[in-house]
Design a protein. Structure first.
Length: 257
């Protein structure tokens, strides 16, 4: 391995990827496993986790661990950490990727809608990071990587709760980077533009919305899970050691136009 490639190696590392069972999370898990990391996939659906672990084995020759858990339930966090430690012995990287969305006009949003999205998109990120950071502090360091979105910077109609949560993740990334730097824990985020997944399928099946989205992307194509996975790999690997508190927008140039 050349020195340049060594900088992107995760040999001997262990990564937890929440929402790693499909979509962007699976792209991230494949990038990390491909660079040598053991990966623990977390989602609420056993069958999805098994299929994801099989596809990582086929793509990278590495057997991923799986934990079926709802990250919105803070009581599940201890089980996620325990299962990872039991299987792999230590934890070096946490990717807070699990998420969902509710599309609704602001005037129709209910308290239940608000709680559902905030719990998965912000509260779980806050408290799972806190739990993992305690272990990373004791271990001498680690990497926390959050998923935020274009909506942390710009308004997009009908996803007000999602936008508020992702704005919170942007801000949380900044403040945790300061508090955790003394423990050699870096905290960064990636903010994908539009990637076709189960979450965004509605936007992609509406020709008008698809045309509107594409018209805003200077590179002229939508993002792929691999585009996001490669950026997360950089942040997780030694190549990204001197970066903290940054939010990388992977949007084909959307925010520059
Ligand atoms: N797609 C985009 O264009 C886009 C753009 C910007 C940001 N993002 C962000 O990227 C992340 C991944 O999104 P995606 O597009 O890949 O969505 P996706 O295909 O719907 O995948 C979401 C993943 O999270 C899991 N998940 C959802 N709620 C969960 C919970 N409460 N506990 C545990 N796991 C849960 C899902 O599995 P289960 O439902 O089985 O639990 C699934 O594995 C999200 O944070 C999203 O906000 C996406």
């Amino acid at each position: 391995m050349t020195n340049g490639l060594k900088q992107f190696s995760l040999e001997g590392k262990v990564s937890i990827v929440t929402g790693g069972g499909r979509g962007i999370g699976l792209g991230i898990a494949k990038a990390l496993a491909g660079a040598g990391s053991e990966v623990m996939l977390v989602s609420r659906t056993e069958t999805q986790l098994k299929a994801a672990a099989d596809s990582i084995l086929a793509a990278c020759g590495r057997k991923a661990g799986t934990v079926c858990a709802d990250v919105s339930d803070l009581a599940s966090h201890a089980a996620i950490v325990d299962a990872t430690l039991k299987r792999f012995g230590h934890i070096d990287v946490l990717v807070n990727n699990a998420g969902s969305n509710i599309r609704k006009p602001f005037l129709e949003v209910t308290v239940a809608d608000y709680d559902t999205i905030m719990q998965v998109q912000l509260k779980s990120v806050f408290f799972l990071s806190q739990r993992l950071a305690r272990g990373m502090q004791a271990a001498g360091g680690g990497k926390i990587i959050n998923l935020t979105s274009l909506t942390s910077k710009i308004g997009i109609p009908n996803i007000s709760i999602y936008g508020a949560a992702k704005g919170g993740v942007f801000s949380l990334t900044k403040s945790l980077s300061l508090e955790l730097a003394p423990y050699n824990i870096t905290v960064n985020a990636v903010a994908p533009g539009y990637v076709r997944t189960a979450m965004t399928e509605g936007a992609f099946t509406d020709p008008k919305r698809q045309e509107w989205m594409l018209s805003r992307i200077p590179l002229g194509r939508f993002g792929q899970p691999d585009d996001i996975g490669n950026a997360v790999l950089y942040l997780a690997s030694p190549a990204g050691d001197y970066l903290t508190g940054e939010v990388i927008f992977i949007d084909g140039g959307w925010l520059s136009s």
